[in-house]
Design a protein around this ligand. Structure first.
Ligand SMILES: N[C@@H](CCC(=O)N[C@@H](CS)C(=O)NCC(=O)O)C(=O)O
Ligand SMILES: [Fe+2]
Length: 363
């Protein structure tokens, strides 16, 4: 077998290659788009066929290479069914098995908390924990539907219950460390060792980390495996046209325009003249720092990355046919959010064109 741990310097992301040198089958975990050529060269060097590109979750800090790898090499992309990544070939469920070759299996273990769809992958004596468990740390739980209580259960009940000498390969390390093991993390991880659930939640609630710089670009892109949705499933066409995959990169503008084709936008003048905002559900999908600078009266606050996971908790929405008005700063994020809600079955979702900026301008 061949095992390689690759490091992306920009996002401090680890990517893993697992390959069987007899059957020549290979699997990548968490590939990063900017390293596509490195992966292709590595696979070529060992004459390997990439079977699967697996994601531990929808990343917020970098764009996955999985869609590009599918276009170039015809592999299958796989991400948790809870991630809302519809264009992925495989919607992973807890316990799914990925066969590298006849006697080599990788098992998916659901470890929600950093995101609801976070998955760890167990192979032989090692587990790839993504951002669930990091070395002397863990994934943050303050965006993308994160939940510290769930993360505590995932780590203590699903990862720490593995054999003590199981190797832990994380999704990131920001301090130059590469690998740990269960015994080490259980006994000395400063967020978890000898900590109760309440203590852990308290630590997670007070991390005060800045948002990943790429979050607004990366999360929607990664839901489409990092490529624009119209080309995501056209490996053959891509190859016959000899399109440079790097030119097919996702751009936030493209996806926003795509979303706007499917949703209903309403301009501020129309909102003000025709809608009684006290009788419908108005949701502000901006981040807290933006909300602090002003908002529309009676709005509910739910940032776009969280909306789809928490909308059920809004008492103001009784039926999926209730009118919902979404707004953000300029109208792009709310359009993407409206498309997601529409896909979830909400049938009367409006996105306010121009967002809060336009609202403020309008007398
Ligand atoms: N500074 C990084 C973001 C780092 C970050 O927030 N990483 C996430 C993983 S997506 C995390 O959970 N970090 C945990 C921690 O730093 O304790 C960037 O701008 O991309
Ligand atoms: Fe993450």
């Amino acid at each position: 077998m061949l095992f390689k741990q690759l490091f992306d310097e920009k996002s401090c992301t680890y990517t893993y290659l697992i390959a069987d040198l007899d059957s020549k089958n290979a699997i990548l975990i968490d590939p990063v788009d900017t390293n596509l050529d490195i992966y292709i060269d590595l696979l070529k060097e060992h004459n390997l066929t990439l079977k699967y590109s697996l994601e531990t979750h929808v990343h917020a800090d970098h764009i996955t290479a999985s869609g590009l790898l599918r276009q170039q090499l015809g592999c299958k992309t796989a991400v948790s069914s809870l991630c809302g990544a519809k264009t992925a070939d495989i919607q992973i469920q807890d316990g799914d098995i990925f066969e590298v070759s006849q006697d080599e299996y990788i098992k998916a273990i659901a470890t929600p908390g950093h995101t609801p769809g976070s998955i760890s992958f167990l192979w032989r004596d090692r587990i790839f924990t993504g951002d669930a468990l990091l070395i002397n740390g863990c994934g943050r739980t303050d965006f993308q539907g994160g939940d510290a209580s769930n993360l505590y259960d995932s780590i203590t009940q699903r990862i720490f219950t593995l054999q003590d000498d199981t190797l832990i390969y994380p999704g990131h390390d920001y301090n130059g460390r590469w690998v740990s093991n269960v015994r080490q993390e259980r006994s000395s991880n400063s967020r978890l060792a000898n900590k109760t659930r309440e203590q852990f939640i308290d630590i997670m609630d007070n991390l005060n980390l800045p948002e990943p710089k790429l979050i607004d670009l990366a999360v929607p892109a990664n839901r489409y495996c990092g490529v624009d949705p119209e080309t995501a499933n056209q490996a053959e066409i891509q190859q016959t046209e000899k399109v440079n995959p790097m030119q097919k990169h996702f751009t936030v503008q493209y996806l926003t325009d795509e979303a706007k084709r499917y949703i209903t936008e309403i301009d501020v003048a129309k909102v003000k003249s025709t809608i009684d905002l006290d009788t419908i559900c108005v949701i502000d999908v901006r981040e807290q720092n933006e909300v602090d600078e002003g908002y529309i009266d009676n709005a509910q606050f739910m940032p776009r990355g969280v909306l789809e996971f928490k909308i059920d908790s809004l008492e103001a929405i009784k039926n999926k046919s209730d009118t919902i008005l979404l707004y953000c700063r300029s109208g792009n994020r709310s359009a993407l959010a409206a498309k997601v809600l529409q896909d979830m079955g909400y049938s009367n979702v409006l996105s306010m064109a121009g967002g809060y900026e336009a609202w403020k301008q309008h007398a």
